[in-house]
Design a protein. Structure first.
Length: 380
């Protein structure tokens, strides 16, 4: 009775051996492609395990080629590839063998590679070559990898702080200004701004971020029971700044408003009066001398929609669940000439004190967060 069991085990062992042997025969590019088939539902998981086991046994000279298998659109697969690179690098160093530092250096130079893969190349390069960090950090201040750029900005902020402590105000000011221009993370921007302002310098944060501060507003339209989110009120069909409409219990018309908040926050309760179960629209124009792709980034604690030149870029039917700079991102294209931005801000009927805010902030930037300014904009 044990013979069928033994036979089954033997068949499984042979099958597994053939499977691994078959995996070993596949090219590195094929194995990486199989890892990239992983999705968030873990489909392709068994095949990925098999491919990963082979990749993780590769020679360290293959690390740049493995890094190149990382793509921006599949974080799950990238995690597997990172784990394989880490396994190869750790094993190589434990065996007393060198990593391919020249190849990693060349990989890092090529900004066409994905930012995350270049970051991983930097990590292992600086472990393998103690001189690499000091050589590379100054070159990363304008790097398209925001993680690498952050390290360079932190280094520049430390330089500025050191100069300040040594009573070298001019040197400190210059370093803080470089850090401010290069920084894309809020905390680093705030650190550089605070230091410069203490030195008596002016920092124009709305322009630095690309926040839009001048708007035309109209409200209230009905959002009772939050049913107005998908109702196309007149501003969604056509923007006529001279028109008036039947709103929620009253006639409404456009009014001009400007925010002085340095993070571009438009407080509708202050500018329009407090309304609950209501919808406001905000519109502005944006001049561009060329056609170009942009990010429209919104911070809004209320339900919202954003259009660029009539194209819906985002829709978020969420109320009082948090806000912040760059909370939502929509990608669109500015046309050459005058562009129109329309924002729909929906307030619900919650009565809790924490659910009273009715506000938004919006900026235009590139994919790295660098401000894109309307050509008719004047610095404040």
């Amino acid at each position: 009775m044990r013979y069928p069991i033994i036979a089954t085990v033997c068949i499984l062992a042979v099958s597994l051996t053939l499977s691994v042997a078959h995996a070993a025969e596949r090219s590195l590019a094929t194995l990486l492609s199989e890892l990239q088939q992983l999705d968030r539902l873990a489909q392709g998981h068994d095949q990925a395990i098999e491919a990963w086991q082979i990749i993780a046994k590769a020679d360290a000279q293959e690390i740049p080629a493995i890094l190149a298998g990382m793509r921006d659109d599949n974080p799950l697969a990238n995690n597997w590839i990172r784990a394989a690179v880490d396994a190869i690098a750790e094993r190589t160093l434990q065996d007393g063998q060198p990593l391919p530092t020249e190849a990693l250096d060349a990989y890092l130079i090529d900004t066409k590679h994905s930012p995350r893969s270049r970051r991983l190349a930097f990590e292992w390069l600086t472990i393998a070559d103690p001189t690499a960090r000091d050589r590379w950090i100054p070159r990363l201040l304008d790097d398209p990898s925001l993680e690498l750029r952050r390290e360079a900005v932190a280094w520049k902020l430390e330089q500025a702080k050191s100069a300040q402590e040594q009573s070298k105000p001019a040197e400190a000011k210059a370093a803080y200004e470089v850090a401010l221009r290069s920084a894309r993370d809020l905390d680093q921007i705030q650190a550089a701004t605070e230091a410069l302002r203490k030195q008596g310098e002016t920092v124009d944060l709305p322009t630095l971020f690309g926040f839009l501060t001048s708007w035309y507003l109209i409200a209230p339209f009905d959002n009772t029971d939050t049913k107005g989110f998908d109702v196309a009120y007149p501003p969604e069909d056509r923007i006529d700044l001279g028109a008036s409409y039947e709103g929620k219990d009253q006639q409404v018309q456009w009014q001009q408003a400007t925010t002085e908040d340095e993070y571009g926050k438009v407080d509708l309760n202050k500018l329009l009066a407090k309304h609950k179960g209501a919808i406001a629209y905000a519109t502005t124009t944006f001049e561009s001398d060329v056609e170009r792709p942009v990010d429209i980034r919104l911070g809004c604690i209320n339900g919202n929609k954003v259009w660029l030149n009539g194209e819906l870029l985002m829709a978020n039917h969420v109320y009082h669940a948090g806000d912040g700079i760059d909370q939502y991102t929509g990608r669109g294209t500015l046309k050459q000439g005058t562009n129109t931005i329309l924002v729909k801000i929906c307030q619900n009927e919650q009565t809790e004190e924490w659910a009273q805010s009715w506000e938004f902030q919006l900026r235009v930037c590139d994919e790295l967060g660098t401000a894109v300014l309307s050509t008719d904009r004047q610095a404040q």
